[in-house]
Write a protein that binds this ligand. Structure first.
Ligand SMILES: C[S@@+](CC[C@H](N)C(=O)[O-])C[C@H]1O[C@@H](n2cnc3c(N)ncnc32)[C@H](O)[C@@H]1O
Length: 131
């Protein structure tokens, strides 16, 4: 998978949390009920979790609070840095939906929030097969 898209997320990393909190007018509709949606995803998760597109770690934080072990995958270096500021002990790896280091233990749930739509239809099919 090409990584051209990563630059945009590197640039967004520093103010991403402000955006999801509604400070960025153009994204207010996109991130409406963001926190409720992440709670909903976290609430449907069981066991050890593989999370794709961790971003700044907002879903991850909720999963950890619920007692899950999380293995994170995130292609943007800046996003990984932001997530690790909040969650320094998180196993967080460079990778994407199609190519990622395999978790070293059993996984019961695979989650992702606000990330899968960044793939093309073909990549989505490939990603689903890989998962
Ligand atoms: C809008 S943010 C969502 C971050 C976080 N999951 C959340 O709910 O706030 C999208 C994230 O997905 C990552 N991403 C983009 N394309 C990806 C891909 N092909 N595979 C995995 N992650 C990807 C981006 O780097 C970014 O961190």
């Amino acid at each position: 998978m090409g990584r051209e898209f990563v630059d945009d997320f590197d640039l967004w990393a520093d103010h991403y949390d402000n955006t999801v909190q509604g400070e960025d007018r153009q994204y207010q509709e996109v991130f409406k009920d963001y926190d409720i949606i992440l709670d909903e995803v976290a609430g449907h998760t069981i066991g050890n979790v593989l999370e794709f597109g961790v971003g700044t770690g907002n879903l991850t934080e909720k999963l950890l609070r619920l007692g899950h072990k999380v293995y994170g995958v995130e292609p943007s270096k800046k996003m990984r840095e932001k997530a690790l500021e909040k969650l320094p002990d998180l196993p967080l790896h460079d990778g994407d939906f199609l190519e990622f280091p395999k978790p070293d233990g059993p996984i019961q749930s695979i989650v992702s929030s606000y990330a899968f739509h960044h793939l093309t239809d073909n990549e989505k099919k490939q990603g689903n097969r890989e998962i």
